[in-house]
Write a protein that binds this ligand. Structure first.
Ligand SMILES: Cc1cc2nc3c(=O)[nH]c(=O)nc-3n(C[C@H](O)[C@H](O)[C@H](O)COP(=O)(O)OP(=O)(O)OC[C@H]3O[C@@H](n4cnc5c(N)ncnc54)[C@H](O)[C@@H]3O)c2cc1C
Length: 804
């Protein structure tokens, strides 16, 4: 062990070993992994070693596919067997909705280019796995690249290959303490102190403690998990080839062959957390006692699905723990305010995801950004609220129990809610508001007309469709009032504010009293934000954007901070309402003494609105004349009551974000996470419209210029109309032209004003001309679609730009 390394990886499970391997392979030789015990001594040794293709986040599904390919490669590179059993795998659905969902999942795989997946009938499922009872099964999805590995062999293969690339592995050496220095970290270990420029928390079951060593509270908790290995089953012994891995979604179980028996793993309905503050330091190769009473229901279902299990005994029980983040995806990447500290933890499926995590993190550490859009596993997707123990307990428990349970796009899950409420929450609830959650905040979805209205979870149009239609109509014809507490707001001031904003935003800065749409780019020219910058004219600026990106943006801002800049996240203290529709000015004029009618489109200023001294911006996401009215949290209730009273005789009604999503789609306004992501460049998404090419210096300028002056992007975002009468696209549905895949939907929905099913899609430029006939798969059915001109509603923008 040296006294100095460029990077020290803490933890020798499958994730730490993969990070080490990728760092060394990508060129950082001066790297070392420190393991408390021996390699695999956390969750990794007792895992079932299975790898499945499915993941709700397509970007993570792609990284899983990368991991699967990598497993054979590390075997070759290290000379250490990973015990690969590429058996293929199938996922079975036993309800009509689940079957439709699987069909949609299959289409998503097509969209992201994973082409070794196919749908199968119950008969084919029975032929592929003769041990499965297909009773009640409606269909399945079969993936060729699924199977299982030997867990210990795999960890040693990653580590062995890493060593061949020059990395070092030190076992029996616990990291005791981390001390931040001016140029990295002092890593205090049992065998002495090492100085490292970078440290990686790959502490697995101990990730919580390794976070606390750096003063970080990670939203992660271990949960227990059972699997059993049966005695030899004669029917299995008689097979001439290995059974495919089989997931029974309705039964909460996964199954694979284990020698001549079966391994049956269970996602427990009555789940159990274990050592929420992290495992004891002395914990090693032990397991928990099995608790068959707690998992009786799933066991019964499992034994019915695989009747041969009923005839043999259980050879081994494994009840061990592994870690989960609130949404079940890993926690990867750098942490704000802790330069050189990196996370690679919360990985609940290390044998499936470890390769992708290691690759992305190593790219991030070496090049400053990972190649893929890894927001779905970025540690900065959570904020400080997620460090709460009860929040972690509820959300990780919910994810665990629902691991194999589908979530409908319109379904609201209860864990960790309600947490943050805007002050007018109670009043809005009394008015019928139905809520969703964004980054811990309750956000209005729509207003139900009756107290007993219940929205049915569905993949198709729901029974809230007409309610949303009414809300859209109110906005288009009169006025809609929307609580916009769920936007992020950053205040920028200080002598260096303008210079800093000019550097980080690719757009021109707004003049005093004006707001401007501002793309923010990475140095590679990929999008980092679709923000709005306000110049309040008094030396104070605001940046507004997506609420759930608050920590993610704050990390970027902090990493690229300028001199003499004061930056504050004011989103908890400042809230507001958006008022939009042709009557919105009339409503405001009743309440405002100042020249609110003179405020130009994209103008902003401070006005009296009733009793409130409010900051008002004339902006429009709906495509109508619109105002965003900001106030302090203490004034939120009064602002709502004031606006409701003023709008009562002008046809104004409260609306939710479901209506806004439909209205913005009719205007072809993209949103973050769909049309705009860090995986796309400005030119691909049309964001380049807002770039100020005359600016001599802004982050991402060189890359953006290169793209502008080159051949242009291969794929761009276009507007589609789809012939669909019962369901709308929601995202990642494949788009076909004459049977060939040409792209995928970024977001979709119903345009209530134009009366059409609409979608925005990222498609090949060759298929992007207006009028091109295409097809889109939505919930199991192929539907004709065509490229239409942007903004199917009010293409000239008369509504939003006009005087009302
Ligand atoms: C019963 C069961 C079945 C599973 N089945 C599967 C499956 O089929 N497929 C799949 O992909 N995943 C499966 N998993 C999950 C899988 O085990 C985990 O995702 C994976 O092991 C996580 O690896 P890790 O490297 O993050 O953590 P760990 O394996 O927990 O490794 C962390 C390591 O860090 C070391 N460490 C911690 N703190 C320090 C310190 N301060 N100093 C030095 N060293 C330290 C520990 O000793 C440990 O070796 C299963 C898990 C269980 C419990």
């Amino acid at each position: 062990m040296q006294s100095h390394y460029r990077a020290v990886v803490i933890g020798g499970g499958v994730v730490g070993a993969s990070v080490l391997y990728h760092l060394a392979k990508f060129g950082w030789k001066d790297v070392c992994l420190i393991e408390r015990n021996v390699l695999t001594a956390g969750s990794s040794w007792h895992a079932a070693g299975g790898f499945h293709a499915l993941n709700a986040d397509p970007n993570i599904a792609s990284l899983q596919a990368y991991t699967i390919d990598l497993l054979s490669e590390i075997e070759k590179e290290s000379g250490q067997s990973v015990g690969m059993h590429m058996t293929g795998g199938m996922t079975l659905a036993g309800t009509p909705d689940r079957w439709e969902w699987l069909q949609s999942a299959y289409r998503t795989f097509q969209s992201i280019g994973i082409d070794d997946v196919r749908l199968i009938s119950p008969k084919e499922a029975g032929e592929l796995n003769p041990l499965v009872s297909t009773h009640g099964i409606l269909g399945g999805m079969y993936a060729e690249r699924e199977g299982y590995v030997d867990t210990t062999g795999t960890v040693h293969a990653y580590a062995g290959a890493a060593k061949k690339y020059g990395a070092e592995v030190v076992e029996h050496n616990r990291v005791l303490e981390l001390i931040q220095t001016s140029d990295g970290w002092d890593v205090v270990t049992k065998k002495g102190t090492i100085h490292a420029e970078h440290v990686v928390n790959a502490g697995g079951l101990w990730a919580k403690q390794v976070g606390r060593m750096a003063g970080i509270e990670l939203p992660v908790s271990p949960l227990n998990h059972h699997y059993l290995i049966s005695d030899t089953i004669p029917e299995v012994a008689a097979l001439d080839k290995e059974m495919p891995l089989t997931v029974d979604l309705e039964g909460f179980t996964y199954m694979r062959q284990d020698q001549q028996g079966m391994l049956l793993g269970i996602y427990e309905i009555d789940h159990e957390h274990w050592m929420m503050d992290g495992a004891p330091w002395e914990y090693g190769f032990e397991l928990q006692q099995e608790d068959t009473d707690r998992i009786e229901k799933e066991l019964t279902l499992g034994f019915e699905r695989y009747p041969a299990l009923q005839k043999v005994g259980v050879k081994t029980w494994v009840n061990g723990a592994f870690t989960f983040a609130p949404d079940g995806n890993p926690l990867v990447g750098p942490v704000r305010g802790k330069p050189g500290y990196w996370c690679a933890c919360g990985v609940m499926a290390g044998f499936l995801q470890g390769g992708g995590v290691g690759k992305s993190l190593a790219e991030w550490m070496i090049h400053g950004e990972p190649e893929a859009d890894v927001f779905g596993m970025d540690v900065a997707r959570f904020g400080p609220y997620a460090a709460n123990k009860e929040y972690i307990k509820q959300t990780t428990g919910q994810f665990y129990t629902r691991r194999f349970v589908m979530t409908y796009p319109n379904e609201q899950l209860p864990a960790g809610r309600p947490l943050k409420k805007a002050p007018a929450y109670s009043g809005m609830t009394a008015a019928g508001c139905r809520w969703g959650a964004s980054w811990g905040l309750e956000v209005p979805l729509y207003f139900a007309p009756t107290a007993d209205f219940t929205e049915t979870p569905t993949l198709k149009r729901s029974n809230a469709h007409e309610i949303v239609a009414e809300e859209c109509k109110a906005v288009r014809e009169a006025a809609g009032l929307l609580d916009i507490s769920g936007f992020s707001r950053f205040e920028v001031s200080g002598a260096g504010a303008a210079a800093w904003l000019d550097k980080i935003m690719a757009s021109k800065l707004p003049a005093p009293g004006r707001a401007r749409l501002a793309p923010m780019l990475s140095t590679e020219g990929k999008l980092k934000g679709d923000l709005t910058v306000f110049n309040w004219g008094d030396g104070t600026w605001w940046i507004m954007g997506s609420y759930y990106l608050r920590e993610w943006h704050m990390r970027w801002f902090t990493d690229h901070m300028g001199e003499n800049v004061i930056l504050r996240d004011i989103a908890d203290a400042t809230v507001g309402f958006s008022l939009s529709g042709p009557n919105s000015l009339k409503v405001l004029e009743k309440l405002t003494d100042g020249p609110i009618g003179d405020l130009p489109f994209m103008g902003c200023g401070t006005f009296d609105v009733g009793l409130i001294r409010a900051k008002v911006g004339r902006l429009s996401v709906s495509g109508e004349l619109g105002y965003e009215i900001h106030c302090s949290a203490a004034e939120h209730i009064t602002l709502r009551e004031t606006l409701l009273a003023a709008g009562a005789d002008l046809g104004m009604r409260e609306v939710g974000f479901n209506a806004l999503l439909s209205l913005r789609l009719e205007k072809s306004f993209g949103i973050w996470g769909a049309e705009f992501t860090q995986g796309y460049t400005a030119a691909q998404t049309g964001m380049d419209r807002w770039i100020d090419w005359s600016k001599p210096d802004f982050i991402g300028r060189d890359a953006a210029l290169k793209e502008r002056d080159g051949n242009g992007p291969e794929q761009i975002v276009v507007m589609l109309e789809i012939d669909a009468s019962d369901a709308d696209a929601s995202g990642y549905e494949p788009v076909w032209k004459d049977g060939a895949l040409v792209g995928f939907v970024t977001s979709g929905g119903y345009g209530h004003t134009v009366g059409k099913s609409l979608a925005m899609a990222m498609i090949d430029r060759a298929a992007s001309a207006e009028g091109t006939e295409l097809a889109v798969h939505i919930v199991g059915a192929e539907r004709p679609a065509r490229v239409i001109a942007a903004s199917p509603y009010d293409a000239e923008g008369k509504g939003m730009r006009g005087a009302g």
